[in-house]
Design a protein around this ligand. Structure first.
Ligand code: HEC
Ligand code: HEC
Length: 271
């Protein structure tokens, strides 16, 4: 199961319904195991390795050098690993959002063992520094595998993204994530360019309470109103659509969230 997910790296992937369903329930398709070594490496790089320092060649202690460990999973410039379908992009995401996610892994609101381990000893100031570094990176998006789904599924996905579904009290995703779904400064992430597997796993995590944000958790609310088929639909529609010319997050205050989010002000800013 997991190796299939990892190897589904290129071309168009046909994803049987049962695969998708299982993936949502098992919200961490890539568990910690293969990353045991990576995690040790991360710890060594992020926290320094004083024991090895004596006699070792002098390596400048710059932020760039210290976050080298992060980039083994997140890409050299934080561009993500689109082909894996899972390792998320960090580049260009709003800084307050990135810093908050690190804190959330630290506080146990978000679960993924290698990430929890990596951020365990980072101070809020340091997390903010790392967040600013990646937020400032402007690198092109690589496209991830596009799932083969029916045209009606893509249509449903596009409808949810732009208009929502009033009959099920689902607000349009764009009402918070921005008209082009590129996110809103300083705190709301974009959805365009995110891999199908990553999006469906995150929405699944909100439903199974392995991802949460400071209450009120508007995304838990949104995810609970989506059907399994809606999750497939939005994730497929997002992975299939062309990227807008400008992928940067919209200006702060340019949306009025239709639900209360603990991490947003009424105007979409940070409280
Ligand atoms: C072993 C691989 C690995 C390493 C090393 C790693 N990450 Fe991650 N990171 C992930 C994965 C996978 C996720 C998504 C986890 C999930 O939600 O299921 C993630 C999520 C994140 C997120 C949230 C992204 C979003 O869009 O919500 C941030 C921020 C982040 N990582 C920052 C870092 C930083 C900073 C470092 C280095 C200090 C680091 N990561 C090291 C694999 C890794
Ligand atoms: C009421 C505002 C609101 C609405 C409506 C909303 N979102 Fe969100 N969404 C947020 C906020 C705020 C976050 C950041 C959560 C955090 O800090 O953990 C978020 C995060 C996400 C993430 C995680 C992104 C990442 O990089 O990890 C996904 C995926 C997502 N939303 C999908 C959707 C979809 C799909 C819809 C429409 C069906 C939607 N959202 C509607 C506010 C909203």
């Amino acid at each position: 199961m997991r190796s299939r997910q990892l190897s589904a790296g290129c071309g168009r992937v046909r994803r049987p319904a049962v695969y998708h369903f299982r993936m949502i329930r098992n919200t961490r398709p890539l568990r910690a195991k293969p990353f045991g070594l990576a995690a040790v490496f991360v710890a060594a790089s992020v926290f320094g390795t004083p024991g090895l320092a004596a006699g070792a060649p002098h390596i400048p202690d710059t932020l760039q050098q210290r976050i080298a460990a992060c980039t083994t999973c997140h890409g050299v410039d934080g561009e993500g690993r689109a082909a894996s379908g899972y390792f998320p992009r960090l580049a260009g995401k709003p800084a307050a959002y990135l810093a908050r996610q690190m804190q959330n892994f630290k506080d146990g609101l978000r679960k993924y063992a290698p990430m929890e381990y990596t951020v365990r000893h980072l101070s809020p100031a340091y997390m903010r520094e790392i967040a600013d570094y990646f937020a400032a990176k402007q690198v092109l998006y690589a496209r991830s595998p596009v799932p083969l789904v029916a045209a009606a599924t893509l249509q449903r996905g596009d409808q949810l993204l732009a208009k929502g579904d009033p009959s099920r009290r689902i607000p349009a995703c764009s009402s918070c994530h921005g008209s082009q779904l590129t996110g809103v400064e300083p705190s709301t992430p974009g959805l365009v360019g995110l891999p199908y597997d990553y999006i469906s796993a995150q929405l699944g995590s909100w439903r199974t309470h392995t991802r949460a944000m400071v209450a009120p958790d508007c995304m838990a609310e949104v995810a609970s109103r989506l059907r399994e088929s809606d999750i497939t639909a939005v994730a497929a529609a997002l992975a299939s659509r062309a990227l807008p010319a400008d992928t940067r997050a919209q200006a702060a205050g340019s949306v009025t969230p239709p639900l209360r989010c603990g991490v947003l002000r009424a105007t979409g800013g940070t409280p």
